[in-house]
Design a protein around this ligand. Structure first.
Ligand SMILES: Cc1cc2nc3c(=O)[nH]c(=O)nc-3n(C[C@H](O)[C@H](O)[C@H](O)COP(=O)(O)O)c2cc1C
Length: 410
């Protein structure tokens, strides 16, 4: 789905959000002496996060799509331990939403007909629309879930036509289902009208709003900036990437094929992860430089299947990580694997909380011109060290051992 989500908390005690945080020195593991004892007594890393005033047991969020399509599956997500659930996007009139089948097509590492065993699924295209279930039904189910899981975070995703009254009605109806501090609203709309729509939404909503970004644009930081300036508390990225999965070389018809025809769809899963990282990096840099320590949040989405995939988004500044296709392929129980792999990563680096490493890798991105300058400097330094010292006056205290080695012949 090409859409845009928004989530906002009002009247909450916001938790300050910093991007590039270095770990406090008291928390660093000892490199000498009692190192063995220190690692043996290391406490379990804490995966819990507080985002725009909302507490989640872990940063893993069900992304909007089939895994949040009805009461039964959303309940399952809570029972399996997901940090939060974003429901499938809803609008006022579901009768306008007519889905077709088949609506998915997959890309494998070894394509069908290649003579090799069917390879791992690396890409997924969908031509699915937003929820085709009546709004009343979805709202009833949201209410029931809120009653049964009062402490968990349920996020509504909404999309409407370019019509202020329609957006206002949708927000009203969604919020009436049992709005509380644990409720978040997510909205979807097209980019060129973003500022105006965000204005309507933020004037009306009494809960947090995150704007979900389409990657089908040259500079994704541009709409993200507009959404934050218009009052949104967070950004989520990315939605699916415009794609054509392939052409069947026997039938000459495109996939997914509906009555012999197809239409471009949205690409997701493992193959989009590097693109998603680049987009999230670009948004995170913009947020850090232009919005600084304001309490805005960032949710990374795209191709997450392992704790390592999630760690990468967090290292770029994401507070939470969403998973959609990964759940469709591996089931709701994958959250346990994600949590344990993320904890393993944290243990390996002695990180005790998500904030310990959030945004740490952002500082290592620079321009190509700067890479050239850095490499030139490094080569010059290496040459100078290899040559040895020109004169006795060049000896330094800090580099003394290296300077000595640079003049040894064996
Ligand atoms: C079948 C399918 C349906 C989707 N439906 C929605 C939707 O209704 N609303 C929405 O905001 N995003 C929707 N998405 C996009 C996902 O939420 C997510 O942004 C995207 O798939 C990338 O994440 P992933 O690689 O973890 O799937 C859908 C994705 C898929 C695969």
């Amino acid at each position: 789905m090409a859409s845009l989500n928004l989530t906002q908390v009002r009247g909450k005690n916001f938790v300050p959000a910093e991007f590039a945080r270095t770990r406090p020195s008291w928390n660093r593991p000892s490199r000498v002496g009692f190192k063995v004892f220190a690692s043996e007594s290391q406490a379990e890393p804490d995966l819990s996060v507080t985002v725009n005033g909302l507490h989640m047991p872990n940063p893993f969020v069900i992304g909007s799509g089939p895994p949040g399509t009805n009461y039964t599956v959303m309940k399952r997500a809570f029972d399996e331990g997901w940090g939060a659930v974003i429901a499938k996007t809803v609008s006022l009139d579901a009768a306008k939403v007519i889905n077709v089948t088949p609506r998915y097509a997959r890309l494998r590492a070894e394509p069908n007909g290649s003579g090799k065993a069917k390879g791992q699924i690396i890409g997924w295209e969908n031509i699915e629309l937003i929820s085709d279930r009546p709004l009343e039904t979805m709202l009833k189910e949201f209410k029931q879930l809120k009653e049964e899981y009062p402490d968990r975070i349920l996020i509504a995703s909404i999309m409407e036509e370019y019509n202020k009254a329609a957006w206002e009605e949708l927000i009203d109806r969604v919020e009436q289902t049992g709005i509380s501090a644990k409720w978040v609203l997510q909205l979807a709309k097209i980019v060129p009208l973003l500022e105006e729509v965000c204005g309507w939404v933020n004037a009306k909503a009494t809960v947090p709003v995150w704007a979900k970004m389409t990657p089908n644009i040259t500079d994704i930081a541009l709409p993200a900036r507009v959404a934050l300036r218009s009052g949104c508390e967070g950004i989520a990225a990315i939605n699916t990437i415009m794609s054509v999965m392939g052409i069947n070389l026997d039938t000459l018809r495109p996939e997914p094929c509906v009555e012999g025809y197809s239409t471009p769809g949205g690409y997701s899963s493992k193959a989009v992860h590097p693109i998603a990282l680049a987009k999230v990096m670009s948004i995170a840099k913009m947020m850090k430089s232009e919005f600084g320590d304001k309490d805005h949040s960032l949710s990374g989405i795209g191709g997450v299947e392992t704790g390592g995939d999630a760690a990468e988004f967090i290292l770029l500044g994401a507070n939470t990580v969403q998973v959609c296709t990964g759940v469709m392929m591996h089931g709701y129980g994958v959250v346990k694997k994600l949590c344990s792999e993320l904890k393993d990563f944290m243990k390996a680096h002695n990180f005790s909380s998500i904030e310990d490493f959030r945004g740490v890798s952002l500082q290592y991105f620079t321009t190509h011109t700067d890479l050239v300058r850095r490499q030139k400097e490094a080569i010059e330094q290496r040459k100078a060290v290899r040559k040895g010292l020109q004169s006795d006056k060049d000896w330094t205290g800090d580099g003394f051992v290296k300077e000595t080695e640079s003049m040894v012949s064996n």
